[in-house]
Design a protein around this ligand. Sequence first.
Ligand SMILES: Nc1ncnc2c1ncn2[C@@H]1O[C@H](COP(=O)(O)OP(=O)(O)OP(=O)(O)O)[C@@H](O)[C@H]1O
Length: 553
Amino acid sequence: MANARHNRESIISPQGRRDTIVVGSFRLASAICIAGTLVSIGHMIDGGGRTALVWAIIFTVAAGAFAFGELSWGGRAARAEERRLRILLLKRQHALATASNSDPDGTPPARLVTMMTDNTERLTEYRQVYFGATLAAIMIPFLILFYIGIAIDPVVGFVVMILIPLIPLGIRGFMLLFRKASSESRKQRDQLSNRYLDAIRNLNTIRLLGAGKRIEEELGRQGEANRGAIMRLLAGNQIVIIVMDGLFSLILICLTAGLAIMRSDYLTPGESVAVMLLTVLLLEPLQQVAGFFYIGMGGRASQKAIESYLASQTVGPSAAVTPDAGSWINDRLDVQLENVHYDHGRGEVLRGVDLEVPRGGRVAIVGRSGAGKSTLMGIIQGTLPPQNGHAAVAGRIIDPQALTLTRSLSASVAQSTWMFTGTIADNLRIARQEATETEMWDALERAQVADEIARMPHRLDTHLGEGAAVISGGQAQRISLARALLSGRRLLLLDEPTSHVDIESEARIIDAVANLPRDWTILMITHRPSLLRIADAAYELKEGKLGRLELAA
Ligand SMILES: Nc1ncnc2c1ncn2[C@@H]1O[C@H](COP(=O)(O)OP(=O)(O)OP(=O)(O)O)[C@@H](O)[C@H]1O
C-alpha cells in the first residue's frame, strides 16, 4: 500500500501537480468569463446599452485567451511529464535487468514499449490536460448556482440546485457501465503489440518453419479483436455523448425555461434569458464525461499499469556489497574478486569466488553448463550486482548501486553477435562514435577481418541488411571483436567467442586474440583447447568456487 502510494508520488511529479492546478485555473477562469458574457447579454436585453456590449466583448476575448492558455499549458506540461515518466520507466527497467540479467519479473519487452509510448501518453494526457479541467468543470455549476441564487433569484437557484446531483449520478453510472469495455480494449492492444514484436523478432525462424501464413492469420485475428474492442469503446463514447449531452441538456434547459416563465413576476426578461443561457454552463462536467472514455479511463488504466510495473520487486536478493576498502584495491589487477556470492533467487550459484586477473593477463574460465560462468561474467561486466564480498574491475570497486559505471570499464564479445541494421561502419561506431576510418581499419585488421571487408564493393559502407544476412557468422564475430577493440576499453571479456563459428573463423579469432598486445587484459570463458592454449592461467568454476587448473605446457 505504502509502495503504491510511493509510486503514485513518483509518477506524478510536484511540477505535474502544479500544472494540473494551472490548467484547472485556466478552465475555471474561462468559464467565469463565458458566464460574464452571458450575464452581459442579459443586461443588453434589459437596456444595458453600450456598456453591456463592451463587457460582453471583454469577457468573450478573455474567455478565449484563458481557453488558449489551458490548451497550450496542458500540452506543454503533458510532454514534459511524458519525458520524465519515460526516464523513470527506463531506470526501473535497467534496475530490474541488472538484478536478473533477463526480462525482469517476466515483463515482456512489448509491454514495456506499450508502457513507454501508449500508456505514458494516455496517462499524461489524463493527468496534465484532462484532470485539472475536470476538477474545474465540477466546480463550475456550483459557482453558477451561487451567482444565480445571490444575484438573480434564490428560488430559481434552489430548484436548479436540486437537479444538479443527477449529473454526477449519471456520470458514475456510465463509468461503471463502460469500465469493462475500456480495460478489454487495453488488454487487446497489449496482446497485439506483443504478437507483432514477437513476429518481427522471429521473422527468420518463422520463414524457415514455413509458419508465415499461420502467423499472418493469427495476427489478422488478433487485429480484428483489437478493432472490435476499440469499436465497442467508441460506441460507448457515442452513447454517452448522445444520452448525456442531448438528454441532460434538453431536460435542464426546458426546466429552467419553465422556471423562468413561472418566476416572470420576479425576473426581468434579460435575467430570464441569462438564467437559461447560464444553465448551459451547468452541463460543463458533461462535456468532460464525453472525453472520459478515451482520456479518463485510458489514463487511469495506464496509471495502474505503470504503477504496478514500478512496484514490481527486483528479482534475487538485494545486494549487500558496500563499496568500501579503497586500500584493498591492487592497481596491477584488472579484475579482482574476493569472496563474491550470487544467488538468482534459487540458491547460491557463486559461493565465495576469488579471482585475480593481472593487467595484460590472459585468463580462461571453464566449467560445466549451469556452473555459473555467465553469472560470474555478468558481475564483471556490470550487468549483475555482486551480493557480498569485494569486487573491483579496472581498478574501481563495483558499486552495486552504480553498475552503469562498471559497464563502461570492459568490452565484451558474446557467443553470437547481434549486428544492427546499417553499414559495417555504423556497427563499429556503436562502440565509439567518433572513431575515424583509420581506427576502424586498424581494429578490423587486429580482428583479422579487414581483408574480407576490403574485398567487398562498398567496404566499410557495406549494408549488412536484416540479421546481417550479407556476412557469415564468423565474420560477424570478428567484427564484434573489432568493435570491442575499438571501444578503447582495455579489459576484454570473451564468452565462448568461437563456439558458433566455422573452423577458419575460429582459427582467425584465436590468432587475433593471441596477437593482441599486452595492453589488453583478456578474460575468457571457453572450452576450446585452442583458446585455453593462449591463456596464462585457467580456472574451473565448480560448486560455486573457482579452482586453478594446470595448463598443459
Ligand atoms: N536470471 C536468472 N534467474 C534465475 N536463475 C538463473 C538466472 N540466470 C541463471 N540462472 C541459473 O543460475 C545457474 C548458473 O547459470 P549460468 O548461466 O551462470 O551458468 P553457465 O555456467 O554460464 O551455463 P552455460 O555454460 O550453460 O551458459 C543455472 O542453474 C541457471 O539456471
